[in-house]
Each structure stands twice: as C-alpha cells, then as structure tokens.
Design a binder for this molecule. Structure first.
Ligand code: HEM
Length: 509
C-alpha cells in the first residue's frame, strides 16, 4: 500500500522498479508475437511464479471457514472485590479485541449454513497480555476426554475411502460415545444453523477460575457471551437452499453489517460458583458435557463488546490469527478440566505448524507489551529478537522483574480424573430435561425433522443403534425417530439407489 496520493511505482519484492509487470523476457525468433525462449534471468517471471504456489498456509484442521473483525470490549461491572483481571478492573474500561467466528467441520471453501457448531474466538489485547476466549455457540461439547478429539472430528469430516461426508461414520462415532447426546440435541435443535453470525451465543464450555492471586481466593466461572440482536435460526430447508445459492452467506452478512455501521454487540455474562459449593454440586463442574442450570447459577453481566472494524486484509488479520485457551491473564486460570488442559497444549502447537514458530509476532497476535527474551531466533523473526539482551535465565547483567502470581490451584479436582469416557445414566439426564423443554416450546418437531433427515442417510444397522441411543434419553425420541425413518423409507423411490447410500457401501467390508 502506498502512503502518497501518487500511484506507486511497481517494483520487484526487493524494491527494483520494473517497467512492465505484464510481460516476460523472451528470446524471440523471427515472429513478432508468441513463441521464443523464456530466460532464467527474468527475475520478475520467476519471482511471480515461485511466490504463487507458496501463498497458501495449511488451513486450520478444524474451524477453517470464518468471518473475522476487530472491536472493543467494555467492562460494565465492578468485579474487583473477587477478580483482578486488568481488563475488568474498572467500569467503562475499554480493550481492543479481535473476533473470529467459524464453522467447524467444513473446509475453507465450505458453505456457511451447514448444520454445525459455530466457533466463537476472541483475543482481547489487555495490558497484561492477550486474553483469548476460544468458545463455541453451544454450551456443551461432544466428548470429555481429549484423546477422542481427532476421532470425533474425522467422523464429522470426510470418509477415508470415498472422500465425502458420511452419516454412517458420524452416527457410528456417536452411538459408541454417548456422552455426546446432550451436544447432539443442541446441534439438531433449532440452534444448529444460526440465521447469522450476529445471532449466536458464545459459550466458554469449560469451568474457569477467576480470582485474586494476591490473596489466593478464586471463584469457579462459566463464561457466556449473548448477542444483543438475540438468537435467530434458519430452518433446515432454508439452510440447505442457502448452502447452494450463497455459500458465503454468514461471512458476507457480518462484513456488510459492520461496513454499514450496524455493529454487532455481545454481552459478557458469568455464572459464578463458590469453590466450596463445587465439591457437593450435583453436576461435576469439570465435565464439559454438562451445563450449570441458570436456576442454580444465574447470569451476571460484567461487560460487553462491539465489532466495529472489518479487517483490511483477511489473510493477514484473520487467517494468520492464532487463538488459544492457554492465553490467560493474571486473575484468570484453568480449572481441573482435562479437556481444557489438552486444548492449552494443542492450539499453540497447531499455530507453530500452521503459521510458524514466531506466529505471536504477527499483527493479529502481537501482545501490547511483551518481553520474552528466552524465546529467540526461529524462522521469520521480525521483532528485533531482543538485540543483545541475555538469552538465558538469571543473568546478572540484565535483571528482570517478576509478574503477578497465577490464580491459586486448589486440592480438589472432582470426579472427572477417573476414566472420563465412561458413560452413565447421568449423561442422559440433562438431555432429557432439554427434551422436555423442546416439547414445551414445540421445538421437538423441528428437532426430529432435522435428526431423521441426517440419520436417514446412515446404513440401516447404524440407524438402529442411533435409535437405541435416543431411547436412553427418552423412549419417545427413539420411537418417533424410528417412525419418521420408516415413513421416509416408504416414500423413497426404490428403483434408484440414493447417492448417500451408494457411497456408504464403503463401510461393509
Ligand atoms: C480450533 C483443538 C475442543 C473451539 C481448534 C484447532 C485445534 C483445536 C488444533 C485449530 C487451531 C489452529 O489451527 O489455529 C481442539 C482440541 C479440543 C478442542 C484438542 C479438545 C480436546 C474445543 C472446544 C471448543 C473449541 C471444547 C469450544 C468450547 C475452537 C475454536 C477454534 C478451534 C473456536 C477456532 C479458533 C480460531 O478461530 O482460530 N481446536 N479443540 N475447541 N477450536 Fe478447538
């Protein structure tokens, strides 16, 4: 980009001005146009061609497709008596943030309106480092043991033989990992396809610790972001139509809303629990498949944020952005949730591979203040590399001051530290309560419509197991699902093999 009003002189990447950016240097024969020999001395041609195939970095293995924007967080409640996070230190205090809202299973070019969880990632640039909130639009997750994460995602993505998404694989995974029933209910309910990204919640899912390291006190906290525009959703039929007609429907909507000044706003709300209560609470608070009912722990508003600036350049500001639950600030700490610990390792690990080991120096990720001289060198270092400062700890030549302590770790770790893949009756209790709510609100019909449409694409033996899983949540769900699947078989044209069944033959070896 040029900073003068004069059009810039076009140059090669190392600044050499070039007369004609559109022509290769050619050793011509007798004909005036076309033909001849290209020359290795044509640096412009070589540089142009060589850079092009290197334009891509690996896309995120999950959450590849996204919209992103910059904005501002504002603290709206005094929490200083129990939390020392700097961005919450004063009512009215503002902090710059970057947001990235994504789908999960689809690749970078996939359609926005597919039924899927939406990722909700924020990076707040606080004076005590970046605080990243890396959440989803549903309050619970499919699994509670991190070892299952790659398998979960593969089962939602493409079949290894056919290369296409595969309902048999999807339901086979969930039939055998039934702790996901609660999350599946949310996914196949109305919220599985939002009307826009401006109409989604952001849930932290995990339990976090918010506290005052200076006196060793803390509370357990669940974090929620609620859209001021409210929750709005799309019907399955509209979602499917838009997936074809406008694959970038959500990304365009968010960009256009911000461009026209219709800035989306979310409120930050917390559920706050005293650590003593956690030990006797009915639900294991470190289990990411369970919520804390609002009747037990009501939402308390502590802040809000507004997205008010689109990126100038999507690749630089959104694709190269790297969010991680490990980016915490003094006053906020992890709880004893093994999923959270695994994520704290996995995201920086992914970013080192996807963007490079010095990704934290790039504009979207750079912290406001950073002095980290014991991480040096590496490819694409661009911050001065701490010059001649000592690169080893405890140097007597240049002293460093220590920062604040971490939020204290307590002794209690809850029950999740056993075998976290075990599924018990407890796993079906919250989904059963949600089913009762679906029936009260009339959402049960849409849920079964969405569910049967997807389960109906699986092999018959997988369908049977899926029906049995839903019977465990509530016999009525299983029975109604079985009936709907039966009806759709009767309606099907038996002269043709439906395409979804044809590829599923891959499972029957
Ligand atoms: C993205 C791992 C669970 C929300 C990612 C990425 C990885 C990953 C490797 C790609 C990161 C990158 O390339 O920059 C895991 C693991 C999990 C887990 C190992 C469980 C053990 C969750 C949960 C949530 C979540 C429970 C939400 C509560 C997200 C979001 C992104 C993401 C929002 C996209 C971040 C962005 O916009 O760059 N995850 N994840 N993940 N994950 Fe997870």
């Amino acid at each position: 980009m040029s900073d003068s009003t004069e059009p810039p002189v076009y140059t090669l990447a190392e600044g050499r001005p070039v007369q004609d950016p559109t022509s290769s240097v050619v050793l011509r024969g007798s004909k005036p146009r076309g033909g001849g020999l290209a020359l290795l001395e044509d640096t412009q041609l070589i540089e142009t061609l060589a850079h092009f195939p290197r334009e891509r970095i690996p896309e995120r293995v999950v959450h590849a497709k996204a919209a992103g924007a910059w904005g501002e967080f504002e603290c709206t409640r005094d929490v200083t008596d129990w939390c020392s996070a700097a961005f919450l230190s004063e009512v009215g205090k503002k902090t710059e943030l970057l947001a990235r809202l994504s789908t999960v299973a689809g690749e970078k070019g996939s359609s926005d309106t597919l039924r899927d969880i939406r990722g909700f990632a924020l990076k707040l640039k606080t004076e005590e480092g970046n605080w990243d909130f890396v959440g989803n639009d549903l309050p619970v997750f499919f699994i509670r043991d991190p070892t299952k994460f790659p398998s979960l995602n593969r089962s939602h993505k493409r079949h290894p033989q056919t290369g296409v998404a595969d309902a048999s694989m999807f339901w086979d995974f969930h039939n055998n990992n039934q702790e996901g029933a609660h999350c599946l209910m949310q996914l196949f309910g109305g919220r599985g396809v939002p009307a826009s990204l401006r109409n989604v919640n952001g849930f932290g899912n995990h339990t976090f610790k918010f506290g005052k390291p200076e006196d060793g006190t803390f509370k357990y906290v669940k974090i929620h972001f609620r859209p001021e525009a409210g929750i709005e959703t799309l019907s399955q039929e509209d979602a499917v139509r838009l997936a074809g007609e406008e694959p970038d429907y959500h990304v365009k909507d968010m960009f256009n809303a911000i461009e026209r000044g219709d800035y989306p706003v979310w409120k930050m709300m917390l559920q706050i629990m005293d650590p003593k209560d956690a030990e006797t609470y009915k639900w294991n608070i470190f289990d990411i498949t369970q919520v804390w009912p609002h009747s037990d722990y009501p939402l308390v508003e502590v802040g809000k944020f507004t997205l008010n600036r689109n990126p100038e350049n999507h690749f630089q500001e959104i694709e190269q952005a790297a969010f991680s639950p490990s980016n915490m600030v003094p006053g906020i700490g992890p709880s004893a949730d093994i999923m959270l610990h695994a994520r704290m390792f996995s995201y920086p690990d992914a970013a080192r591979y996807r963007v490079g080991p010095n990704y934290q120096q790039l504009p979207p990720n750079r912290a406001l203040k950073v002095y980290s001289p014991f991480q040096r060198d590496g490819p694409m270092r661009l911050d001065g590399n701490y010059g001649s400062d000592p690169d080893y700890v405890r140097s007597s030549f240049r002293k460093i001051r220590s920062g604040p302590a971490d939020v204290a770790h307590d002794e209690w770790v809850g029950r999740v530290q056993g075998y976290s893949s075990e599924v018990t009756e407890e796993d079906f209790e919250q989904p059963r309560n949600l089913w009762k709510l679906f029936k009260e609100t009339g959402e049960d019909k849409a849920f079964l419509h969405n569910l049967s449409g997807h389960v109906g694409k699986a092999l018959p033996e997988v369908q049977k197991a899926t029906i049995e899983m839903w019977r465990k949540v509530d016999k009525e769900i299983g029975d109604r699902l079985a009936q709907k699947l039966e009806e759709s078989i009767q309606k099907a044209d038996h002269d043709k093999t439906p395409p979804s069944q044809a590829v599923l033959a891959a499972h029957r070896k």
